[in-house]
Design a protein around this ligand. Structure first.
Ligand SMILES: [Zn+2]
Length: 93
């Protein structure tokens, strides 16, 4: 089986205890994974680079209020599968 360049890179990085700690935490905390701009793609079954896109939508709410919905979506750089996505809602008067 051939190892990708990224696997080699990751193996090097894992020798660094600081990176290793962050990497291990990344499995539990998606935020940390996003900070290092890589994540696990279940489609590729490997750690991959992420392309993150953000869209903002204003949604009308009850009583004339507006809701601002920010959608952050991270795609695998290799296969373009959605690896991570989150919506943040903010209310405005
Ligand atoms: Zn992938």
């Amino acid at each position: 089986m051939e190892k990708s360049n990224f696997d080699k890179y990751l193996k090097e990085q894992l020798k660094d205890p600081v990176f290793e700690t962050r990497f291990n935490q990344a499995g539990k905390e998606w935020d940390t994974a996003l900070q290092i701009c890589t994540s696990y793609c279940s489609h590729c079954k490997t750690i991959t680079n992420l392309n993150t896109s953000t869209t903002m939508t204003l949604v009308p709410e009850k009583a004339g209020k507006m809701k601002l919905v920010t959608s952050k979506t991270s795609h695998c750089a290799s296969c373009a599968a959605i690896v991570y996505s989150e919506n943040e809602e903010r209310f405005r008067n």
